[in-house]
Design a protein around this ligand. Structure first.
Ligand code: SF4
Length: 326
């Protein structure tokens, strides 16, 4: 590991000022960043510890939504009474991720910013990785790409985003609130992560020094009919081959609104908007579910080793719709 400085930020302004300096990184739970530093993938010159900032609260908003502080721990968020009662989809997604020990340390902001688990990215022994070493190529394109993307990939990177939480947040139309020296702004969760294009090392809309301060969820009508299904190689402590977040607003037997988001299939959580539209006005029934599941994987493009994920994703959407139905 290369030398770096460590500073514990006294307040938000100090954190933002220090975080804007070249080579600086914010440190919160550290569950991903510290691993990447140990492996020689990341080498920040300065760590700005924000873990003591007062950003861990979870509170109901006047308009009926909820605000989750960026430093709320994943386990605390999943178990919070407001999240469990009003956003069970988010609670289930969080509990499907990592291990209890990691969820006790990992924060909501850090979860959003966690980096791909592409094995070529994690191993500096491989020279070719445009994400780790811009302009070097992509070893996964012709290499082992069983876990990689079906949607939105480019010739420069076929990695996927590993978060479960972000899949649920995308389905729930969350807003990510950001703060910098220039003030505050909010970015829709759906737009927060970028597709790889020709700059896969730039993964989000954050600008240098900008700090995630919270995630806002709008009032939800998806309490009763929702499901988070994660398909992976082993039952725990594994990243998704495919995950699916389903949220249905059912009124008098008809689907008033539908949300379908998938994880493990793209560089960002992937909303299946076309499939959602097919469900609007449809009865809660097998035929529209099957049609929507088929539509959810339209446009998928397989690599050498991951063609199986297309049908896996279709089946996962179908199964998650059935779970949400009950
Ligand atoms: Fe690197 Fe992306 Fe290629 Fe993986 S898929 S080797 S992260 S450029």
């Amino acid at each position: 590991m290369l030398p770096f400085s460590y500073t514990r930020a006294a307040d938000g302004d100090a954190a933002i000022a220090a975080g804007a300096l070249p080579g600086a990184k914010f440190l919160a739970g550290g569950t991903n960043l510290v691993d990447l530093m140990k492996g020689g993938v990341e080498a920040p010159q300065a760590l700005i510890d924000i873990s003591r900032l007062p950003l861990a609260g979870i509170s109901a908003l006047q308009q009926g939504g909820v605000r989750i502080g960026a430093l709320a721990r994943n386990s605390d968020t999943a178990d919070h009474p407001v999240i469990r009662s009003r956003y069970p989809l988010l609670s289930r997604a969080l509990l499907s991720g990592a291990t209890p020990q990691l969820r006790n340390a990992a924060t909501v902001g850090g979860n959003i910013l966690q980096r791909t688990r592409c094995h070529y990215f994690y191993d500096p022994g491989f020279q070719m990785c445009n994400k780790r070493n811009p302009g070097s190529g992509c070893a996964a394109l012709e290499g082992h790409n069983r876990m990689h993307a079906l949607f939105g990939a480019s010739a420069h990177c076929v990695a996927t985003h590993p978060s479960d939480m972000c899949v649920a947040l995308s389905a729930l139309d969350a807003l990510v609130r950001l703060r910098s020296a220039a003030g505050e702004r909010a970015v829709a969760m759906l737009d927060f992560h970028r597709l790889p294009g020709d700059e896969p090392h730039i993964e989000t809309r954050l600008v240098p020094g900008e700090l995630i301060v919270s995630v806002d969820l709008p009032a939800s009508s998806f309490v009763k009919h929702c499901a988070y299904l994660k398909v992976r190689d082993r039952a725990s402590f594994a990243f998704a081959l495919v995950s699916v977040a389903i949220a249905l607003d059912v009124r008098e037997g008809l689907i008033h609104e539908a949300r379908i988001a998938m994880g493990g299939v793209a560089h960002k959580p992937w909303r299946a908007f076309g499939a959602e539209q097919l469900l609007v006005g449809a009865p809660v029934d097998a035929a529209p579910f099957a049609e929507a599941a088929g539509a959810a994987v339209e446009g998928a493009r397989a690599l050498k080793h991951n063609a199986f994920k297309i049908d896996l994703a279709r089946r996962a959407v179908l199964r998650a719709l059935r779970i949400a139905q009950s």
